[in-house]
Design a binder for this molecule. Sequence first.
Ligand SMILES: *Cc1c(COP(=O)(O)O)cnc(C)c1O
Length: 400
Amino acid sequence: MKLNKNYKHLGENYLFAEVSKRVEAYKSEFPNSDIISLGIGDVTQPLSAKVSEACREAGMELSTKTGFHGYGPYDGYPFLKNAIVAYYKKRGIEINPDEVFVTDGAKDALGAFLDLFDVSNTVMIPDPVYPAYVDANVMDGRKIIYVDGTRENGFLPMPPKAKADIIYLCSPNNPTGAAYTAEQLNEWVQYALDNEAVILYDAAYEAFVEDGKKAARSIFEVTGARDCAVEFCSLSKLAGFTGVRCGWTVIPMASPLNRMFMRRQATKFNGTSYVVQRMAASALSGAGLEETMKSVAVYKSNAKIITDKFDALGIEYVGGKNAPYVWFYCGIDSWEFFDYLLKKARVVVTPGSGFGKNGEGWLRITSFNTPERTQEAMKRFEAFWKEYVEVKGKLFKVIK
Ligand SMILES: *Cc1c(COP(=O)(O)O)cnc(C)c1O
């Protein structure tokens, strides 16, 4: 037996482990301290009552002779695929149910999808970004090149001269909250078509895009995307399914990837749970969707609490409008700032350097908390920042 040597090339997966280690260390020193976490990327609003009702009904149905369901379709039940098609249609995007694959979530699907590609492909990944893209490709041994998200491009890198075969885009972005416009995505689509490349478009935060804003909710808003793109979506951040597990992937029929993914799923996946699919259908339609969007609205108003405070304090940031994340500049080493904020304000954020080299000097703050706690955190942040600005030059090296 020979092990997969590529695992040796994986970086230490230490970001959130290190965050919690430092928080635990602080707690053991100050057991009664009231720490507010705006750090983790997990939702905090409970499921909508409609979705839980769908869970109960589907569960009870399974105990009846006529309502029992065994193995379901590999690509999802028609009732959910149709609800997803209708969810797109409301925003004027036409897809066909055969193009929708129901999955156990976007992370699972993004990992599974790599089965369809040869290891000789060059992969292009934005930096900073959600860390799973890099690691999944390192495990397979593909060559990775990066495109830089920087202050200058608003953390929305555009196509470079370099060629790539597989391109990851994450918009609205985790961790920066920045979101591409359809015009910007059009450049990426042209680049992919010119290079005969595929775009793996992670739209896990599409529901946070504000209607009437310029940001795109789907890559399929762009002409030509049906010839080069696959879209990964999730109910995790949209409807609080981080623990329930459900998402979907849209693969245009014209692409050979559609049939290949069907074949892959039929071999390695036995379908998402019937109960979960009923919950997902409830979250995506009618009164269930209305309730779901109320939770999204809570996070969006929390993000506004954060950005209003940053505006008042003159802090440089991106995001917060079309995403539950605000990405702000601190001017010093991200981890140093993290420690200082934890000790002085008892507020936990996430150091940007954990998401890629371009994250150094930046931090991610999330709106996944209650409005009250977010308010309290920002009150503490304000007091902290005023003091910080005064001592920053003396205490810390200021980085560019
Ligand atoms: C949270 C997140 C995911 C994971 O979604 P699941 O459906 O829970 O697997 C995927 N992509 C991004 C960018 C995320 O932030």
